[in-house]
Ligand binder design. Sequence first.
Ligand code: SF4
Ligand code: SF4
Length: 147
Amino acid sequence: MARILIRLNENLVSEPVVSEVILENKVLVAILAAHINSKGGEIVLEVPDEEVDKIVSAFRQKGATVTVPKLIEIDSDRCFNCGSCVALCPVEAISVTKDLSIQFNKEKCVGSVCNICVDACPARAINSVRYSNAEHMRSSSSGYREK
Ligand code: SF4
Ligand code: SF4
């Protein structure tokens, strides 16, 4: 699943844009968060990976602004388990296991709308990648685990 951020302007917030996109494309999406008022709105959706391009295009055709946040990828060869990223992550997507290795939970990570760990890593071991490349994140011999 991939997360996309939909921004609606004040003209669109009173329209059933999300419902129309879902019904017209026959794709089930999950609404993870929504903040809407009379001036506009932001909605975070979770969409099946294979449907992202279609859904993004559908929202853009209706006038919405769509952002597909990049996810992060850990270079296990560079990571030396210093733990700096653990303390900084605002959503606890990175943690330390009992054996003091680092564990990454991609389900919690909000990706490039945050990127705090990318900038903070002293080893430059964390990179932003397109959601479709994020499947390359795997356990590693350096102790970095994906949950
Ligand atoms: S990814 Fe970077 S900041 Fe995080 S534990 Fe590894 S070296 Fe430290
Ligand atoms: S990008 Fe942000 S949310 Fe994701 S793991 Fe890094 S600090 Fe946590």
